[in-house]
Design a protein around this ligand. Structure first.
Ligand code: NAI
Length: 319
């Protein structure tokens, strides 16, 4: 089909591809001509146990449909071994989908170090290790595509998931930096916050909602992002159930005070409304330019900040 997005001759590594979203990616890319490394440790959604069967089933399914796939059973914490499977079997890697994940949900009050550490290891260290092993290959061939997997829990917070939230927002910072460092080598990295029915979500969403959130409905956006013609780099997307949207940072127009002795908490309170005023927003891709802000602040007259305002601690009331 002339207008079908194809991935012939490309090697796509999918971590956590034994089920859920990962399986949907693996079967899709294989159906579009890619050779796929189907990685899965095969443990429970809490990260307990292992099984080679999980990845094998998906590889068999792909092969039965005429596609090319190889299984890898390592943990993403040993990402170099996953990339090694790709290199030994197919001799290249073009696309890395950092998808593997686990949950250890529990309130912050009751969270144990083990719950925190395991979630960090799988999501943050796992994504790092896979990308780290693929990076020199991408740089050498001046081509690479990375998708990291965040979550609404990371972007907005989620009750009982502070370990997972922290790990998932880490994926955003990680992606932004990979995007900046990779750009000149035609290595693009983007991050998605998906929503889909899987064993991870089947206990937290009602069946009718789950029915409209097939993992397959996350795949088309990912396919577009990792295609060789895509120029998207360093972007964050929400995707699920047919909906997709790009997210970005928003900065208020802000408050600039003269940086001298008159710059007191009272002076901040007096103009708090400017700190939180989003009527003229900026959409930054980097920090504010503090050097020019400082220069502007130096030029300001002394009387602008106002003094002698009581600090009540209830900032919102003083506007
Ligand atoms: P899933 O539990 O169906 O799939 C995750 C897969 O990762 C499993 O097959 C599991 O065996 C594998 N895995 C776990 N630890 C591994 C390790 N150390 N090494 C290799 N494989 C490992 O979950 P789902 O829903 O498909 O999740 C995929 C990704 O999307 C995860 O990163 C998850 O956090 C993220 N996500 C999913 C959402 C959803 O609505 N399903 C929402 C937000 C994020």
């Amino acid at each position: 089909m002339a207008d079908q997005l194809r991935f012939d001759d490309q090697v796509v590594v999918v971590t956590g591809a034994g089920g859920g979203l990962g399986k949907a990616y693996a079967t899709f890319f294989a159906s579009r001509g890619a050779s796929v490394v189907v990685n899965d440790l095969g443990g429970s959604f809490k990260g307990e146990g292992t099984s080679s069967k999980t990845a094998d089933v998906v590889v068999e399914e792909i092969k039965a449909a005429g596609g090319k796939a190889v299984a890898n059973y390592d943990s993403v914490e040993d990402g170099d071994k996953i990339i090694e499977t790709a290199m030994k079997t197919y001799g290249r890697v073009d696309v890395l989908l950092n998808n593997a994940g686990i949950l250890r949900d529990i309130s912050f009050k009751n969270m144990k170090d083990q719950d925190w550490d395991l979630v960090m290891k799988v999501h943050v260290k796992g994504s790092y290790k896979c990308a780290k092993a693929a990076w020199p290959i991408f740089r050498k061939q001046k081509y690479g595509r990375v998708i990291n997997t965040a979550s609404a829990a990371g972007l907005f917070g989620s009750f009982g998931q502070c370990n997972y939230s922290a790990a998932k927002l880490a994926m955003v910072g990680f992606t932004e930096t990979l995007a900046k460092e990779g750009a000149k080598y035609n290595i693009h990295a983007n991050v998605i916050a998906p929503i889909a029915a899987s064993r991870m979500t089947e206990t937290v969403m009602p069946p009718d909602v789950l029915a409209s959130l097939k993992p397959d409905w996350v795949v088309p956006l990912v396919a577009v992002l990792v295609h060789k013609n895509s120029t998207e780099n360093g972007s964050i997307f929400e995707v699920g159930g047919g909906h997709m949207a790009k997210l970005r940072w928003e900065r208020s127009s802000g408050l600039l005070l003269k940086a001298d002795d008159s710059y007191t908490p009272s002076a901040v309170i007096k103009q708090w409304n400017k700190v939180v005023d989003f009527s003229k927003p900026e959409y930054p891709s980097g920090p504010a330019d503090f050097v020019s802000l400082l220069q502007e602040s130096m030029k300001m007259g002394p009387a602008q900040q106002g003094e002698n305002i009581d600090f009540t601690g209830r900032v919102a009331l003083v506007t």
